[in-house]
Design a protein around this ligand. Structure first.
Ligand code: CDP
Ligand code: MG
Length: 735
């Protein structure tokens, strides 16, 4: 069978022959975790010494850990109800033997750092233990997650375990989706949501416990939360604070939280064999697919499932397609390969699929983004394929480009990924990179997001929380001063801050919206131009986080023709979004209409949800819903009011140059303006993929820039035929 795959591939795969793996003893390492059956070091090339030492030496509960709880699993019996089964499963989790000790520690200390292997039960169990111990009598337990999918799926799991309906006692809140009620006592939410709750409830008085979970992920919101919860803990002695992490940073967290004690939950890990490729892989996606198929045909299916780490939705979708084709060509002799994608924007109903047990005789392959590294635990994984890449955000304050770049992972990430294969039995990890690049090229840890992102949003939130000196904020790892200054300048230019750096009335209104400051400003400005209805549709469509138009490969021409119809007047992509939304609404939000027009139903539904919520917020900022569908100029001006810093001018070469940074950029080929080359445009975002691309672009007139942002643009500059020099925009604003 393998020969068949190879033939299909017309190339030799690095793992083609078992012998090649054997030969590569040097490139082979075996991690052993846990204290049982530890083989002597000399038997293996132990490359993960540090990690082993960590697990070995720092297990404070090591001696107490007598029995292997998995032995307790009673015989499966059809008669037992799901509820009982879940209760039994709970008792098999590594955290369970430490339940009482943990509760005592929480009782004794206000702040506790909890560290434990992914899958040990921190996220699902600790809130339940606290609930059972009475912590919800006088307040809620809030548990933050860096990812939406994790917040939703964990809440669903816990509600099952507690035998309650999701949204009642146990609920979740993510941006634009609140699944909680009066009854809710355990609330899972994204870290960004808790940050927003601070705006309405600065002391979080409705909470008795706050758990900042997955702290090791170090998202911007988590980092800001650290500073805020540390502060409120000082004047709310009744509030319990738990910082929970899956990795080794415990000491840093403890240091930051005034030497808070560390509670370690020993993991249960089995040995993991690590294989590296001999030479760097030119095409990691292809290598990953071949490796999946190789495992599938050479290892018996009942043996275990496969987890592949890829970088994003598109890549996962194409891997899924290729795998489907190739397994089909292998014929029916092969056991079934169930393909389960998982990424942040995967519709909720499909997410559950990855947790379903694999039927006998079949094998599951989970194609995941980094989300499966620590946020989600999927049982039954025995093989991990690690491409060695992750898509992360990076921001360059000098060019203003925020890019999602496919970047090599850190060593810490690589080890987390490998560990995912050794949860239920010995595992194997195939690293699609060389040992040399692991040891010499990978960073030890991933840089915290706060040091590689645009901070305008964070700064606006902090300012609206009354924190005037943002650079003096107690960050665990402070962001670069340059980034803070850029954020302050942008907020000043948008009118959210005054010259002294204080929040203005406009800024206060902007902070009401859970959106990027430029989007919020666009909405605020739409009041002036009497087109808030249209602008809300744009804001909602831009916030869905997924594609609006559907372009099936076989029907590209039809799809593109259908799309052109929305570009009437052809001023740009924003107006096209309004047109899409309006037509959909006029057709009673019909699915059929979406299919006929090659528009994604799911994105539209989400846009409608978001739009409803934004409309609800209009009242709070005293803006009336006004509409003037015929007046495109009004819409363009409202967009420009939020996005004037993102303007770019056509060059003789056919490319564009941004006003602010003199950065060369191109209109993204997916834009309706890609081939019409308007002289001057505003763009929603500038992303770096194969080139610097502007996405969601609208044409504008130079005079508007001066009319709307006279503090930012001078007529003689915008009228110049070409941007000759970098305009020092926003310089000398006295902030
Ligand atoms: O937070 P931590 O990584 O320590 O573990 P957890 O998320 O509490 O997961 C504990 C166990 O719950 C996992 O091993 C899964 O078996 C199960 N779980 C699940 O089945 N479905 C979920 N959505 C989440 C967890
Ligand atoms: Mg967790």
């Amino acid at each position: 069978h393998y020969r068949e795959i190879k033939a299909a591939d017309k190339r030799m795969h690095p793992f083609a022959e078992q012998k090649a793996w054997e030969d590569h003893q040097v490139n082979k390492a075996i991690m052993r975790f846990g204290s049982k059956d530890r083989k002597s070091k000399s038997e293996y090339e132990l490359i993960f010494d540090n990690q082993i030492e960590f697990v070995q030496d720092e297990l404070v509960h090591g001696e107490n850990y007598k029995e292997d709880p998995s032995n307790e699993l009673p015989e499966k019996s059809g008669a037992r109800s799901t509820f009982e089964k879940l209760q039994n499963d709970r008792k098999t989790l590594p955290v369970y033997p430490y339940r009482d000790e943990l509760l005592q520690a929480v009782e004794k200390h206000q702040v506790l750092v909890v560290v434990g292997e992914t899958g040990s039960g921190k996220t699902t169990q600790i809130p339940q233990y606290l609930h059972e111990a009475g912590y919800t009598k006088h307040g809620k337990i809030g548990c933050t997650q860096p990812r939406r999918v994790a917040a939703m799926s964990v809440a669903a799991r816990v509600s099952q375990e507690m035998g309650v309906k999701l949204g009642h006692e146990v609920g979740y809140a993510i941006r634009f989706e609140d699944c909680t009620s009066e009854k809710t006592v355990i609330k899972y939410m994204t870290d960004g949501m808790l940050l927003r709750e601070f705006l309405g409830e600065p002391d979080l008085s409705s909470y008795s416990v706050v758990i900042v979970d997955e702290a090791h992920e170090r998202t911007v919101c988590t980092d800001v939360l650290f500073g805020l919860v540390k502060d409120i803990a000082r004047f709310r002695p009744d509030l319990k604070l738990i910082i929970s992490s899956a990795t080794l940073d415990a000491v840093r967290f403890s240091d930051y939280f005034d030497n808070a004690p560390i509670f370690k939950v020993p993991g249960r890990r089995f040995p993991v064999e690590i294989h590296y490729t001999k030479a760097p892989e030119a095409d990691y996606l292809d290598a990953a697919i071949v490796t999946v198929l190789h495992i599938h045909v050479t290892e018996s299916p009942g043996d275990g499932d496969i987890l592949v780490f890829l970088t994003g939705q598109e890549e996962i979708e194409s891997a899924e397609e290729i795998l489907k084709q190739r397994t089909k060509s292998l014929g029916t002799r092969m056991p079934e390969l169930i393909i389960c994608p998982i990424y942040a924007n995967l519709p909720t109903e499909l997410q559950a699929k990855i947790f379903e047990p694999t039927p006998e005789g079949a094998r599951k392959v989970v194609l995941a983004t980094n989300i499966a590294e620590t946020s989600l635990t999927i049982d039954g994984i025995k093989y991990v394929i690690d491409t060695g890449f992750v898509k992360i955000k990076s921001y360059n304050p000098r060019t203003g480009i925020e890019s999602l770049l496919v970047t090599p992972i850190s060593k810490a990430s690589a080890n987390q990924r490998a560990g995912r294969s050794g949860r239920t039995g010995p595992g194997k990890c195939f690293r699609l990179y060389t040992f040399h690049s692991y040891s010499n090229e990978m960073e030890d840890n991933t840089v915290p997001e706060i040091q590689r992102t645009n901070l305008a949003n964070v700064v606006l939130s902090l300012k609206s929380l009354g924190i005037s000196d943002v650079s003096g904020f107690d960050f665990m790892d402070p962001p670069a001063q340059e980034c803070l200054i850029q954020a302050l300048k942008l907020l000043y230019a948008l009118g959210a801050l005054n010259k002294k750096g204080e929040l203005t009335k406009v800024g206060r209104k902007m902070a009401e919206f859970p959106l990027d400051p430029m989007l919020s400003k666009m909405i605020i400005a739409s009041d002036k131009y009497k087109c808030s209805d249209e602008i809300l549709s744009i804001a909602a469509m831009l916030s869905t986080g997924s594609l609006i138009f559907y372009r099936p490969k076989k029907k590209l021409l039809y799809a593109d023709n259908a799309r052109k119809l929305f570009y009437a007047g052809n001023v740009g992509d924003h107006v096209a979004l309004v047109n899409v939304y309006r037509s959909w609404k006029e057709n009673d939000y019909s699915h059929q209409w979406c299919y006929e027009n090659y528009v994604q139903v799911k994105s539209m539904k989400r846009a409608r949800d978001i739009r409803d919520q934004l409309e609800g917020l209009l009242e709070r900022v005293e803006i009336e819903l006004t509409s003037n569908p015929g007046d495109l100029e009004a819409i363009q001006k409202a967009i420009t009011s939020g996005y004037f810093p993102n303007s770019a001018r056509l060059q003789k070469t056919g490319s564009y140059k941004t006003f602010k940074y003199g950065q060369t950029a191109h209109i993204h080929p997916s834009s309706g303006l890609a081939f019409s080359f308007p002289k001057l445009v505003v763009y929603h975002e500038l992303v770096l993929t194969s080139k610097e691309y502007m996405r969601q672009v609208t044409e504008l007139k130079p005079e508007w820039l001066v009319e709307i942002a006279p503090h930012y643009y001078r007529l003689k500059d915008v009228k110049d035929s070409e941007a000759k020099k970098k305009r020092p925009c926003g310089e000398g604003l006295g902030i």
